[in-house]
Design a protein around this ligand. Structure first.
Ligand SMILES: Nc1ncnc2c1ncn2[C@@H]1O[C@H](COP(=O)(O)OP(=O)(O)OP(=O)(O)O)[C@@H](O)[C@H]1O
Length: 299
């Protein structure tokens, strides 16, 4: 079991006499064999954290552990990394670059070629190997970047926005590929702004805001911390709910309303007011979505 762990990690950027704590004492674990989603608004500190994990940016304070020990340069060479700035050579053929990268990770020549061709095929790029990277569409360049990070059976994956710009078929292919790595026991940490996708794929989540960890856990754990809402569906118009004490209308649309209730007494008031006006078709709790949790913790 090789967890990737960050402990009290801090990065301060100093310039022109001012300093800014872009990452401020964060701790979390990307556990072995699990997909951990790293989410947070623009400027939350995700890229800075990933760069410190990979050693491309110096750590101001704190540490990164791999398999329980401080991460070494040799460990990092075995990590698959997809940096925000990407970094393939635009004027070189796709296949040559990927084989070269796989060889750098210690894969023998024949095996490297086979591995690259298989991955290109799975991401729908089987016939593009001879093309220069710059000739590909942005989405296809992104696919090539993904292949670059996955070569050579990496021991951990750190992927900055790997899903951005991918079409739904590529998202599915990518999800399947990442699962194959978690099945080998590899920790996978990836950042994303697509909460629906994170909710669908991840076993764990870390929500970052202003350089600190705002919340973390499994999607179910996070949902259970969120505000429970109720859906009310009536025979007539539901607009009256706005005037019921202890009831907050999140959304009212004709006979249907999504509500937050202060307590049981508010629920009782709401139901009796509804029944006075006609029949109640539905009154049920609504599980919070990850998007709702995200809005609550980052508010
Ligand atoms: N080299 C740098 N010098 C100074 N400030 C920086 C530098 N790199 C990042 N920052 C600042 O650190 C903060 C965190 O940025 P970071 O790129 O880590 O956020 P992010 O969560 O990845 O955002 P996004 O979702 O927009 O990519 C921002 O305020 C950013 O301006």
């Amino acid at each position: 079991m090789s967890d990737l762990e960050v402990r009290d990690l801090t990065r301060v950027f100093a310039s022109g006499g001012t300093s800014r704590r872009a990452v401020d004492g964060i701790s979390f674990t990307a556990a072995s064999g699990l997909l951990t989603g790293f989410v947070g608004g623009n400027g939350a500190g995700k890229t800075t954290t990933m760069r410190m994990i990979m050693g491309v940016l110096a750590i101001t304070e704190g540490e990164v552990l791999f398999d329980g020990a401080p991460v070494t340069r040799a460990d990092r060479r075995q990590f698959g990394y997809m940096p925000e700035e990407r970094g393939l050579y635009p004027k070189q053929p796709v296949l040559d670059q990927l084989v070269y990268l796989a060889r750098l990770r210690g894969v023998a020549a024949g095996a490297a070629r086979r591995e690259v061709l298989e991955h290109l095929d799975r991401l729908g790029l089987a016939d593009r190997g001879k093309e220069h990277v710059e000739k590909l569409s942005l989405g296809n360049q992104q696919r090539v970047q993904i292949v670059a990070a996955l070569m050579g059976q990496p021991k951990a994956l750190v992927l900055d926005e790997p899903f951005s710009g991918l079409d739904p078929a590529a998202v599915d292919a990518m999800g399947d590929l990442l699962r194959e790595h978690t099945r080998r026991g590899v920790p996978v940490l990836f950042s994303s702004h697509q909460l629906d996708l994170v909710e669908r794929l991840c076993e764990r989540l870390v929500i970052l805001g202003g350089g600190t960890v705002l919340a973390g856990g499994t999607p179910d754990e996070l949902r259970s911390q969120g505000t429970l809402r109720h859906r009310l569906v009536l025979s007539g118009d539901a607009g009256f709910v706005r005037a019921v004490p202890g009831v907050r209308a999140v959304d009212v649309d004709g006979p249907s309303a999504l509500l937050e209730l202060d307590d049981d007494a508010a629920a009782a008031r709401l139901l009796s007011a509804a029944l006075e006006r006609g029949s109640v078709h539905e009154f049920s709790p609504v599980r919070p979505t990850l998007a709702q949790i995200y809005r609550e913790v980052t508010a």
